[in-house]
Design a protein around this ligand. Structure first.
Ligand code: ARG
Length: 460
């Protein structure tokens, strides 16, 4: 058996069970690119600071290039007895170039190394997620553009409430996604500080230049406090929280599309390319991708809770528990990317069944609130208007008809304030025309919102 990199003070090796239990190489090899990036920056800094020769630095850089190539070609042998990605790469570098490699870990610990690697990894992950968010926004805005003028029922309590433009409805999701992106952008700003050079926890007496490595790795600045640098994972929690909120939004979108694709609603038909069938019921066509978007949100929430519980009892500074921070993040990021991608594909493959939607609009007295506004225009206090319209609705329920089907005598029987002008407010088309407040579902407001998104997303 090979001696451990840390083996000097030990008289015997670890048992197989301990080795299997403590290894992280099976998953943290995903950090290899960022680990190598960090080592390159560190070696260059050590050479510049006179802590290693420039020729040693050059052989380290060449060796790291080769190792990176081997990994990318699938030729690199990851060894469990070398524990984690950091020691695998360092030991392989020693195998490859010999003595110079032994200088690489000068003024560095795996504690600052792993925090650096992970921040770099999360930074890239955020950039990927941001691109996927935008892609979904584009899909939703394009879907909205295709459905100009379509009115749908708006719901509260899943009961019919007021008519809204379908475009307005779709753009609500686009707004949510914009805030989701904003949260990740904020998280990226805060995580972008460099732990490298914090070493194990206390820093070092060797003359390193932390500003140089921080710059080389694209960080804003080195972290101020070495103990904080190696011990906190709040950046991970922020990313996981951001993902959890995205997952919640997508789960709601998924639920709605599943509902709207049902026979009972029948508002949308997803194309075959985003539907799956049943192994027993030949007629079935199910919206499984969006059900799974809803379902996979569960693990994204779970991953956040895992990290919170993982960190909550840890005294300063590094604790090995922190090795458990990676798999939940890898899973959360992979899941969110999949959820965003499949939601965008679904959006690209939905048809709104306009006729069916149109036929359903008379139900539910969607124009009742507009009617109350009509009475307000006539000088009636809103609370009284509400009561008058409530009586009109009761009459409709009794007669099984729509508000606009009540004749003027019937309306005047409830209150004499009604005149011919009332019919200008009744029916969903008229009702929609009356909305004019900022952010409302009125045609002009929605057109302005759509213009805003078209230009913000560069779709014009
Ligand atoms: N594999 C470890 C992790 O992911 C790296 C740091 C280990 N440090 C230590 N002193 N054991 O956290």
């Amino acid at each position: 058996k090979e001696a451990k990199l840390w083996g000097g003070r030990f008289e015997e090796g670890v048992t197989d069970a301990v080795e299997r239990f403590t290894e992280s190489i099976s998953f943290d090899k995903a950090l290899y690119k960022h680990d190598i990036m960090g080592s390159r920056a560190h070696a260059s800094m050590l050479a510049k600071q006179g802590l290693m020769s420039f020729s040693d630095k050059d052989s380290i850089l060449e060796g790291l290039d080769q190792i990176e190539k081997q990994i990318e070609l699938g030729e690199f042998v990851w060894r469990t007895d070398r524990e984690d990605v950091h020691m695998n790469i360092e030991a392989a570098l020693t195998d490859l170039i010999g003595e110079p490699a032994k200088k690489l870990h000068t003024a560095r610990s795996r504690n600052d190394q792993v925090s650096t690697d992970f921040r770099l990894w999360c930074r890239d992950a955020i950039d990927t997620i941001l691109a996927r968010i935008k892609h979904l926004q584009v899909a939703l805005v394009s879907l909205a553009k295709k459905n100009d003028g379509v009115i749908v029922p708006g719901y509260t309590h899943l009961q019919r409430a007021q008519p809204v433009l379908l475009q307005h409805h779709l753009l609500a999701y686009v707004e949510q996604l914009e805030r989701d992106a904003g949260r990740l952008v904020d998280c990226r700003v805060r995580l972008n500080f460099c732990p490298l050079g914090a070493c194990a926890l206390a820093g070092t007496g060797l003359p390193i230049d932390r500003f140089m490595t921080s710059d080389a790795l694209g960080f804003t600045a080195p972290m101020r406090n070495s103990m904080d640098a190696v011990s906190d994972r709040d950046f991970v929690l922020e990313l996981l929280s951001g993902n959890a909120i995205i997952a919640m939004h997508l789960s709601r979108l998924g639920e709605e599309w599943v509902l709207w694709a049902s026979e009972e609603f029948g508002f949308i038909t997803p194309s075959d390319s985003v539907s799956t069938g049943s192994s027993i019921m030949p007629q079935k066509k199910n919206p499984d991708p969006m059900e799974l978007v809803r379902g996979k949100s569960a693990r994204v929430f779970g991953n956040l809770v895992t990290l919170q519980v993982l960190c909550k009892g840890l005294p300063l500074a590094y604790n090995r528990d922190l090795q458990e921070d990676k798999e939940p993040v890898f899973d959360s990021v992979k899941t969110i990317i999949g959820m965003l991608e499949v939601s965008a594909e679904f959006a690209q493959n939905i048809t709104y069944n306009r006729e069916r939607i149109q036929k359903s609009l008379p139900a539910g007295h969607l124009d009742a609130t507009t009617l109350a506004d009509y009475l307000v225009h006539k000088g009636i206090p809103f609370r009284t208007s509400h009561d008058i319209v409530g009586r009109a609705v009761a009459l409709c329920v009794y007669k099984n008809c729509q508000l606009r089907e009540l004749n003027l005598d019937e309306l005047r029987g409830i209150n004499t304030v009604f005149d011919e002008g009332v019919y200008d407010y009744l029916g969903v088309e008229n009702s929609i025309k009356k909305f004019s407040s900022y952010g409302s579902t009125g045609s002009e407001c929605v057109a302005a919102q759509l213009d805003f998104w078209v230009s913000k997303l560069g779709l014009n």
